[in-house]
Design a protein around this ligand. Structure first.
Ligand code: UDX
Ligand code: UDX
Ligand code: ADP
Length: 469
């Protein structure tokens, strides 16, 4: 079959995979190929068990795979074929060198640009999909200019706003699509081309076009504003626990003001995910780079509040359990950074587990989507907890596939991800099997406090009044 256009996406991760699947579904005349250096990842995309869990993703992939959607490790030949190349690779926070702990490492983006420059034989539009520091397009453009075949490359910024767990819905019905490009005729033509792809299913009034730098910066700012709302309500949750106010009532009361709005006011044990912390740190680093120290400090506070929220939760747990968690069995309900995903990057649950392990508690972790191997990677990678720093790691953490088994004989339950199934558990049965007093610490406000107290549990929930000790 012949196609009108060919798209290649470098990076088959949480962003590249779902985004390309939805483009393929809505544009049968476009050939879409997702490539990755990681052959295991590509094999998984080509199998019945996709590498990521995302509601509705499997159906979309299966409806297009082999027709106009392909997954491949033939990076160079697929780039050569493409009219539009998306760069959708990971850009983690630097761990070493200049800007360590703050700046995003755009090494992978640069490598992609180098590969494109090397293998291109026709003009291409190169689209930054990955979140990048402002002016990365400059670097990409300069690397592309090293191609000596006289080709024209246009660099666009088209940041992704999908959230994990709702990726397919967010892609099918985006609140907006943002495309930034150069303010030259060539740049405008490239923007028009990419707009025509999205126009297959997104109303044109929802496609926003800007200059390159506004687009790159908007992505960081969007995530910073969202995270700021979570940190703001979390700071209020601490005040509620001390004063007798109820954070859910406050969220409702303030969220009904249309100037504030109701979303992202759910108090929690802390935000996680691959984007919020990384993007804010990136924003902080940018501000510092331009000497805007007050602006940097303002945004840094969002992260500090999140760190405080995570450690505050564990401290309160321990203090309620008579100031010791040593040897106690604690059931950890949820390890993913939010419900409906198996992603554990920067998950608050890992921080709470780490702190409880330092108290030598015995943790029995249940999460419907996260495997033990993934948990261990998270401890090692984000928290630097490994068998060297925590020799008892393997002993202190048991992973359970049955939530009731996780709770059997436990002194306490900590709810750390808001999976729907935690609302409907048989808490009478759980209570009977637990050590008494049986504690529930709800870091997500999912349990019905009144019912659980009637059963006999001692319940403490984030942002709800905590009786004085
Ligand atoms: C505010 C609250 O909005 C209102 O609900 C409360 O009852 C009293 O305080 P007010 O002070 O009258 O009302 O004005 P508001 O429209 O909120 O503006 C406050 C300040 O913020 C003004 O100086 C305004 O210019 C400024 N502002 C507001 C901005 O700089 N940018 C904005 O986007 C909005
Ligand atoms: C986020 C942005 O929402 C998305 O637009 C961007 O493209 C990527 O980063 P994601 O990280 O997938 O998406 O999830 P999100 O729903 O934003 O949640 C982030 C974290 O904040 C989660 O840990 C979540 O539990 C927490 N959160 C969110 C709260 O604690 N309270 C809320 O009210 C909302
Ligand atoms: P995101 O959440 O931004 O999608 P992921 O880590 O899930 O990030 O996915 C990024 C993917 O990009 C990984 O599968 C990684 O192997 C891939 N990748 C990184 N560098 C390159 C590269 N130079 N060429 C192709 N793929 C790459």
């Amino acid at each position: 079959m012949s196609f009108d256009l060919s798209i290649c996406c470098m990076g088959a991760g949480y962003v590249g995979g779902p985004t390309m699947a939805v483009i393929a579904k809505n544009c049968p005349n476009i050939r879409v190929c997702v490539v990755d250096l990681n052959a295991k990842q590509i094999d998984a995309w080509n199998s019945a068990e996709l590498p990521i869990y995302e509601p509705g993703l499997k159906e979309v992939v299966e409806s297009c795979r082999g027709k106009n959607l392909f997954f491949s490790t033939s990076i160079e030949s697929e780039i050569a074929l493409a009219d539009i190349v998306f760069i959708s690779v990971n850009t983690p926070t630097k761990t070493q060198g200049i800007g360590a702990g703050r700046a995003a490492n755009i090494k992978n983006c640069e490598l992609c640009a180098r590969t494109i420059a090397k293998v291109a034989t026709t003009n291409k539009i190169v689209v930054e999909k990955s979140t990048v520091p402002v002016r990365t397009a400059d670097a990409v453009r300069r690397v592309l200019a090293c191609n000596d075949k006289g080709l024209e490359f246009q660099v666009l910024s088209n940041p992704e706003f999908l959230a994990e767990g709702t990726a397919i819905d967010d892609l099918e019905k985006p609140s907006r699509v943002l495309i930034g490009g150069e303010e030259t005729p060539g740049g405008q033509a490239a923007i028009a081309k990419l707009v025509s792809v999205y126009a297959n299913w997104v109303p044109s009034s929802q496609i926003i076009t800007t200059n390159l730098w506004s687009s790159e910066l908007s992505k960081l700012v969007a995530n910073a504003f969202l995270a700021q709302r979570v940190s703001s309500i979390n700071s209020i949750s601490a005040l509620c626990e001390s004063t007798g106010a109820d954070v859910s009532e406050i969220s409702r009361a303030i969220g009904s003001d249309p100037r504030i709005g109701p979303r992202f006011l759910q108090s929690s044990v802390g935000f996680g995910g691959s984007c919020f912390q990384k993007d804010i740190l990136n924003l902080v680093y940018l501000c510092e780079t331009f000497g805007l120290d007050e602006c940097a400090e303002y945004w840094h506070q969002v992260i500090k509040m999140n760190d405080y929220q995570k450690s505050r939760f564990t401290q309160k747990m321990v203090s309620r359990m008579f100031n010791t968690a040593t040897g106690k069995k604690i059931a950890i309900l949820g390890f993913a950074f939010k419900k409906d995903t198996g992603d554990t990057r920067e998950t608050a649950s890992a921080f709470v587990c780490r702190d409880l392990m330092q108290e030598k508690a015995r943790l029995h972790v249940y999460d419907p989507q996260v495997k033990r191997e993934q948990m261990m990677i998270e401890f090692d990678y984000t928290l630097n907890v490994n068998t060297t720093t925590e020799p008892d790691l393997e002993k202190l953490i048991t992973t359970e596939t049955d939530v009731y088994k996780a709770c059997e004989g436990a002194h306490a339950i900590a709810v750390l991800t808001e999976w729907d199934e935690f609302k409907g558990l048989d808490y009478e049965r759980i209570y009977k099997g637990m050590s008494k007093p049986a504690f529930v610490f709800d870091g997500r406000n999912v349990v019905d406090i009144k019912t659980l107290r009637e059963i006999g549990f001692e319940v403490y929930a984030i942002g709800k009044p905590w009786p004085k000790e």
